[in-house]
Write a protein that binds this ligand. Structure first.
Ligand code: FPP
Length: 227
């Protein structure tokens, strides 16, 4: 039966290229990307093993993009949350986030909190959106808290202060769009994750390829440093 796919994390890359290839504006790629987020979330909620799906929606570095694109992504996220709340309720998906939300507008933060509140009892899947998230920043903040706590300084105690710790270690880390790097995403939780890089651009990614990756993961030999 192979490895259990409990926590899957995805770096959703390639929206801009998908749009450019079609002579469309980059934001059209993000729009299509949001639809893939919904499709995969529903798919994962019906998967017997997956408990957590963490998606990298906005990194701490994404603020460097043109203001128009950043503004569009914020609006897209707000519209997505408004539109898809019934989808999350129907499929019993709990919505959560990691990352520093303080830079988002009050209205968007309010929407995010509403979505969390209204889905917090659901158990079929927890979908975590990484928003203004960066792993090094997360680890540095945890280290500061650990020092202040006066606890023993070791990996076990540091981990307790990580925001992402509540969702557990990543089993499968997927990156779409052809690049083969982690881009500051869940570095601690991915210590023993199985990595999958696919050239498929995010708007073209879907349940079929997702299932093929899970099948390959099941055949991999995970040793966690043992033999
Ligand atoms: C990377 O593509 C994608 C992002 C920076 C944003 C991810 C956003 C979405 C998938 C849509 C919005 C999500 C939700 C939940 C509403 P890129 O722009 O870096 O693509 P490129 O490498 O081809 O330029």
């Amino acid at each position: 039966m192979g490895n259990i796919a409990r926590h899957i994390a995805i770096i959703m890359d390639g929206n801009g290229r998908w749009a450019s290839e079609r002579g469309l504006k980059r934001v059209k790629g993000h729009e299509r990307g949001a639809e893939v987020v919904r499709t995969l979330t529903v798919h994962a909620s019906n998967h017997p093993e997956i408990e957590v799906l963490t998606l990298y929606a906005f990194s701490t570095e994404n603020w460097k993009r043109p203001k128009m694109e950043v503004d569009f992504l914020m609006r897209l996220l707000g519209n997505y949350l408004k539109k898809e709340l019934p989808t999350y309720v129907k499929n019993e998906v709990r919505f959560e986030t990691i990352g520093d939300l303080s830079r988002f507008s009050d209205a968007l933060r309010e929407q995010i909190e509403t979505m969390k509140r209204q889905t917090r009892h659901f158990k079929k899947l927890t979908q975590v959106l990484a928003l203004n998230y960066g792993s090094q920043d997360e680890i540095a903040r945890a280290a500061r808290k650990l020092c202040d706590s006066g606890e023993k300084i070791d990996a076990e105690h540091l981990e307790k202060h990580l925001e992402s710790a509540q969702f557990g270690p990543v089993d499968i880390l997927i990156r779409t769009g052809g690049e083969q790097r982690l881009s500051n995403f869940l570095l601690w939780q991915s210590a023993y994750a199985e990595l999958f890089f696919t050239p498929t651009l995010w708007p073209d990614f879907g349940p079929e390829e997702f299932e093929r990756i899970i099948e390959e993961y099941k055949r991999r030999h995970r040793r966690f440093g043992g033999i």
